[in-house]
Design a protein around this ligand. Sequence first.
Ligand SMILES: [Zn+2]
Length: 328
Amino acid sequence: MPQIQPAQKIGKIYQNPIPTSQKLEGSVLKLLWQTFTSKNERTPVQPLGPFHTDASIYNTPPASGLRITWMGHSSLLIEIDGKRILTDPVWGPRASFASFAGPKRFFPAPLALAHLPVLDAIILSHDHYDHLDYPTIKQLASGNVPIVCSLGVGPIIEKWGVSKSRITEMDWGNTTPIDNLTLTATPARHFSGRGLHNRNQTLWSSWVIKGSSHNIFFGADSGWFPGFKDIGDAYGPFDLTMLEIGAYGDGWPNIHMGPDHATNAHLALRGTVMMPIHWGTFNLALHPWREPVERFLKFAEQKKITGFLPRPGLPTEVVGSHNSEWWV
Ligand SMILES: [Zn+2]
């Protein structure tokens, strides 16, 4: 089994698995010009939804053992082999440092946090605003669900009121049990930071979630890197991969994948079914908001990949191909 290397640090700065420029490629002026002159429908003109989760569904366990409720972006309620995991919960109205500015959710979260079923763990992949949301964590701070996060994210949520005893910080290659599940942090090619002065001082990870009969992969945010094959060799094959397809751009080719690279990552990971995430919820790039999924469908067809595209908020079992076409 190939070894997954722990994250390397130079001084306070975590390093990517392969060299990765953090600078915007191309001219900043050109990017600004494109931002203000773009005619793309980057945010939906027509309101989406409404999306509402009927929480009574959670009283009946999924027959297949694996059911996903997509709350938007990278927020997923995962029911796997009798356990419930919540990933990167962002219930707040904006993915931003400010409550009055920054990217707004395209639709409200389909189920109030207080109405979620009992959880077994929460995964926090990294500290960016569209994954680690202050109002959401503030609300979850009063509970007692274990929180598993990347190295360095623990102290941030402790400051927000989460007790240290609930937090498990993970390096790449670390594994922690949640009863009959095991959670493993695996490498990703990305970056971190919530302000101007703390870039890459906390770690970013992807995650392997292994239950008694299912094995799935939550990719969080990552650019393409050959390490997906190593993760697949070490921990695959996967019944389901959840991989980011949105927020790509010419100026930042290394830190997000987009649909072409994400479908390649799914194949390298040895995935069976692929669920595109990190799209359709926030305007974080210059592409039209539907473009990631439209391109995903083309690549999936070309590469013979089984797609899983549930309607936001609708608990949906993973039993092969599923295309809700909710965005059409
Ligand atoms: Zn993100």
